[in-house]
Design a protein around this ligand. Structure first.
Ligand code: UDX
Length: 443
């Protein structure tokens, strides 16, 4: 099938590559000419396991092409997937300017029936808005003879495992009101729907809402366990034992109940806020979502608070070794990363940071530039040298079994603040290190 993908971001690029890989003819279009040029040279703008090979192979095979030519792109696909960003507006609601602009481009350029697929995370009612806008433009063009469908098909991929998630989705949500477009969408996803039925067809508004409800549910799980962790510390309880204890109940499950330094990334914080805004729009007070967000904002300060207390409020001139900058492992993404709040809080107190992250150092440099209180180090060991303490913010695999002796010998004070509960407190203590983690008593 001929597919067009508008927006070569995380979602767009990964989805396009995966669709090309099963044999669809995919044309990707973006307004960013530099990005398009680089992709045509085989330079992938993001780090995502498996993505580079997938893009290069299918590009070489001619199954995926990159262009800035929107009119050619509209001509190309019988299905046009819109995967442009929906950044938060000033008030936290999703800004739909790119979504609308894609709809307008399609409406201006189309010459035959198109299925417009909304893949971006968009508030309930957006597809209706897109339908209206396209219809209005076709009317202005005097082309009411042209027909089109709008389908909501939210994406659930996770950064760090985006390619694998896209190749083996848990479910494929298709929100549509037309049987014809349902059939075409089924054909599009048939290669991913082989072993058991993953396609769930529903009405458009429910499909749009499903994406928000899923992310808000997951964010709620995290904020819940983080709240339990803070309480556990006050009560002398070990949250890691509790986590296993409750996770064994299949109704709760082991996933997404890891306490930590707060959730970040491009989705959870933005989507929770956007749903709160959507609720406000219908005079609904989303009390629980507000609490989820508030807890998460607080959680991002937890490591800082522990260090502040440990050093009796005197952080001036201290240097902290930071392991992990990305909002989670296997990505270079630092959007809303807890490490940012932590570093900025430390800097405000006159402390400095020597940081190491396997992938996000360039990103960190791009965000903060050169500054005296930020040293980016080539290895995790280099970051430790003569630092006053170690802080762990991201659970990269390579942090899981460090040499505690090296840590103790490198640090001025033998203390670790661990925002991801990577170690057994008893083991750390045995190596002569003080250990502060999340939801467990200091050891
Ligand atoms: C998320 C959703 O999982 C995905 O389905 C959706 O399409 C986009 O948003 P992503 O943002 O890539 O994906 O990351 P995810 O792996 O879900 O982690 C989000 C954040 O939650 C990270 O900061 C992570 O560290 C944190 N987290 C996750 C916890 O603190 N505890 C957990 O138990 C799980």
């Amino acid at each position: 099938m001929d597919i067009t993908v508008f927006g070569i971001g995380y979602v767009g690029l990964v989805q396009a590559a995966v669709l090309a890989d099963v044999g669809h003819n995919v044309m990707c279009v973006d307004v960013d000419a530099e990005k398009v040029q680089r992709l045509n040279q085989g330079i992938i703008p993001i780090y995502e396991p498996g993505l580079e090979d997938l893009v290069k192979e299918n590009h070489a095979a001619g199954l995926i092409v990159f262009t800035t030519d929107a009119s050619a792109a509209v001509r190309h696909g019988q299905i046009i997937i819109s995967a442009v960003g929906t950044p938060p507006g000033e008030d936290g609601s999703a800004d739909l300017k790119y979504v609308i602009s894609v709809a307008e481009t399609i409406a201006k350029e189309m010459e035959e029936h198109k299925i417009i697929v909304s893949k971006s995370t968009v508030p309930v009612g957006t597809c209706d808005m897109v339908r209206k806008r396209v219809g209005d433009i076709l009317k202005m063009r005097g082309r009411e003879d042209l027909t089109f469908d709008v389908v909501s098909n939210p994406e659930f991929l996770k950064e760090g495992s985006a390619v694998a998630d896209c190749m083996r989705p848990d479910r494929i949500i298709i929100g549509t009101q037309s049987e014809q477009s349902e059939q075409v969408m089924r054909e599009l996803y048939a290669p991913f729907n082989r072993n058991h039925e993953k396609i769930i067809v529903m009405d458009i508004r429910s499909a749009e809402f499903t994406k928000y409800a899923a992310n808000c549910m997951l964010a709620t799980k995290i904020s819940f366990i983080n709240e339990m962790a803070s309480l556990a510390e006050q009560l002398g309880v070990d949250i890691e034992e509790v986590r296993k204890g409750i996770g064994s109940d299949p109704r709760i499950g082991y996933h997404f109940i890891y306490p930590g330094a707060g959730y970040g990334g491009s989705c959870f914080p933005k989507d929770v806020r956007a749903l709160i805004k959507t609720a406000e729009g219908v005079q609904f007070d989303a009390k629980m979502l507000k609490a989820v967000e508030e807890r998460n904002n607080q959680q991002k300060f937890v490591l800082f608070d522990k260090a502040y207390k440990y050093f009796n409020g005197d952080l001036k001139g201290k240097r902290f070794a930071l392991w992990g900058l990305a909002f989670k492992p296997n990505t270079d993404d630092m959007r809303e990363a807890p490490a940012r709040i932590l570093m900025e809080s430390l800097w405000r107190e006159g402390a400095s940071v020597s940081a190491y992250d396997p992938e996000a150092m360039q990103e960190c440099q791009a965000i903060y530039g050169q500054r005296n209180d930020l040293m980016l180090c080539g290895t995790k060991e280099a970051a430790l040298r003569d630092a006053d303490a170690l802080m762990i913010v991201t659970e990269w695999k390579n942090f899981k079994a460090p040499s505690f002796d090296t840590i103790r010998q490198s640090l001025k004070n033998p203390v670790i603040f661990d925002g991801r509960n990577l170690y057994n407190p008893k083991v750390v203590a045995r190596h002569g290190l003080e250990y502060y983690s999340i939801g467990r008593m200091a050891a």
